[in-house]
Design a protein around this ligand. Structure first.
Ligand code: ZN
Length: 421
């Protein structure tokens, strides 16, 4: 943590991963609105059910930003709290293949983050910091080095002062942990954030939601608009309590089914086995997640490892890039440069799907029954990279003059702390 320092002066700030963040002048809340494709906001605005977001758009700041690639939950949540892309912090997917053992390993379990988080840096400089996530796997990573409060809605009933910085969360929120497969998982995170803001007034609060609703319901559907409205009411409360509120998403969301409802899947593992022989390559789907019921472990980004000696990466890459549904098949170095990925965990070939296409390994590796007959909606590729970027307060002159073209979702703490009036 050598690159963390703080300066006790009139312009007190904390340096993290090459950026200086101003000490919060009022409680600052950053919400990662999981899977909130800009289309959900547009549809909910048209239905007039999100007045708080509407007032942020008119009286604060609103733009589109680009998420980190791949457009999955873990790499983007970690990028947001580090203020830096995966090349800096090392989390470039949910899973990676350990070439030594041949095992798939969850990146968040493999090792502590190699970069400090903004949350940890502020907490070690004396700020009151809290992080609340929907899922517990993210809580462990985002709470890394954080001397403060960090808990998940999923495991809200087992919080202790010693491990989570807080006990008896159900008492605080007024209800027990929600069903992990429900819209309430996200609403619980927001309600807990509101209670913390009321009772402890943290300087920094990070709230990370779940994309359960977006995986099931397209923008503008009654269930989607009802969820947008329920989130918006809670955002209004956070703003009314005097917080600066910043909102980004970790990724968008797109329909990946054919007109009749069949998932639109390219089973790349099967295609590669047919062409180069069984076991010559191995396809890793880094969206794989304990919460597979959302998406059947299918998304718009996979990694191909060459497993057979002498197999030419360029020949395999040329084969993959010509398959319909493939937008990019990139060599390792090219992918790392283009998407700011850490090279030591990257595969030989990185494959990005076209919009509306999901890429899988072999058909036998995916259980589509998990979709329970619903259309596949998922993310992972470039088609899910544009996300909302919203602030409750207007920008200062410096930040207002900056172009929004290169804006990233992991700039949100910079804008919320340094960029507003
Ligand atoms: Zn997500």
């Amino acid at each position: 943590m050598g690159n963390i320092s703080h300066h006790l002066s009139s312009a007190r700030s904390v340096d993290v991963n090459g950026r200086a963040y101003r000490w919060p002048v009022r409680p600052t809340v950053v919400v990662c609105f999981d899977g909130c494709d800009p289309a959900y906001i547009e549809a909910a605005r048209a239905a007039k059910v999100i007045p708080a977001i509407e007032s942020m758009i008119h009286g604060g700041f609103s733009a589109l930003a680009l998420a980190a690639m791949p457009t999955f939950t873990n790499p983007n949540n970690v990028s947001i709290v580090c203020g830096a892309p995966p090349a800096v912090h090392g989390v470039s997917g949910n899973y990676y293949l350990d070439r030594e053992t041949g095992r798939e390993i969850m990146m968040l379990d493999a090792a502590p983050l190699r970069a400090p988080t903004i949350l940890a840096a502020f907490s070690s400089s004396g700020a009151n910091v809290a992080a609340i996530t929907a899922k517990d796997k993210l809580r462990k990573a985002l709470g890394n080095g954080l001397q403060g409060i960090a808990f998940s809605a999923e495991k809200a009933d087992i919080c202790t002062e010693a491990e989570h910085g807080i006990g008896n969360v159900p008492m605080l929120v007024g209800r027990g942990p929600p069903d992990p497969y429900s819209a309430d998982l996200s609403l619980f995170v927001l309600d807990a954030g509101i209670r913390l803001l009321e009772s402890r007034r943290p300087d920094l609060l990070y709230l990370s939601l779940s994309d359960y609703v977006q995986h099931k319901h397209p923008p503008g559907m009654p269930e989607a608009d009802a969820f947008m409205q329920a989130v918006d009411m809670r955002l209004a409360t956070l703003i009314r309590l005097g917080a600066t509120v910043g909102i980004v998403a970790d990724h968008g969301m797109n329909d990946m089914a054919q007109p009749g409802g069949t998932p639109n899947v390219l089973y790349l593992g099967d295609r590669l086995d047919e062409k180069f022989g069984a076991g010559a390559t191995r396809v890793i789907c880094p969206i794989t997640d304990p919460f597979v019921r959302h998406h059947g472990a299918l998304g718009g980004f996979v990694r191909v490892h060459l497993m057979r000696d002498g197999l030419d990466a360029n020949i395999v890459r040329q084969f993959v890039r010509k398959i319909p549904g493939v937008q990019h098949a990139l060599a390792k170095e090219e992918a790392c440069q283009r998407f700011d990925l850490p090279v030591e965990r990257e595969a030989d070939i990185v494959v990005v799907a076209e919009k509306g296409v999901a890429i899988g390994a072999r058909a036998v590796d995916h259980d589509l029954a998990q979709l329970a007959g619903e259309r596949l909606r998922s993310h992972g590729g470039l088609a899910e990279q544009a996300v909302p970027f919203l602030l409750s307060h207007p920008l200062n002159a410096d930040y207002a003059s900056r172009p929004t073209a290169g804006l990233r979702n992991f700039d949100i703490f910079d804008y919320a702390l340094n960029g507003i009036l």
